[in-house]
Design a protein around this ligand. Structure first.
Ligand code: RB5
Length: 146
């Protein structure tokens, strides 16, 4: 990984604390973290935040994105509506590694009401250190995009 890699983070109100823990964790690894909030705890709408993060990745401003909400499901669904985004919700490190290796996922979603902080950081590390394997998986990812 190079220090120039940029990653966008976003969440809804249900995941602000975990998002900030993730931000600190990956910033310490040298990532340029673009945390687009929200920063205040008022109830908000996860589709807005999923879309904003996904647009940052789809535009090329950030290489990867991590989104979080209560379950990780709603914000993942919103992110996947943006063309070019492949976002998977993960509650375990194996899945997080595999969505990079096989699915070339460019976004990860985590449920703050599903996993604790330690598990979430393991999931993030698995996602960020895995590489897309290409080959037969590229054929399948191309089929998703088509
Ligand atoms: C908010 O209460 C909750 O619905 C949201 O964080 C998320 O879990 C939706 O998928």
């Amino acid at each position: 990984m190079t220090a120039t890699k940029r990653i966008v983070l976003s969440s809804d109100h249900a995941a602000i604390e975990l998002r900030q823990a993730v931000a600190n964790h990956i910033a310490a690894q040298g990532w340029d973290v673009v945390d687009i909030g929200p920063t205040t705890p008022e109830s908000t709408h996860y589709p807005l935040h999923g879309k904003a993060a996904a647009q940052s990745v789809a535009s090329g401003d950030c290489q990867l994105g991590i989104v979080l909400c209560g379950t990780g499901q709603g914000i993942m669904m919103a992110a996947n509506k943006v063309p070019g985004i492949r976002c998977g919700v993960c509650s375990d490190a194996f899945s997080a590694r595999m969505i990079r290796q096989h699915n070339d996922a460019n976004m990860l979603s985590i449920g703050a009401r599903v996993v604790g902080e330690g598990q979430a950081l393991d999931i993030v590390d698995a996602f960020l250190t895995a590489e897309f394997e290409g080959g037969r998986h590229a054929t399948r990812v191309d089929m998703i995009e088509a």
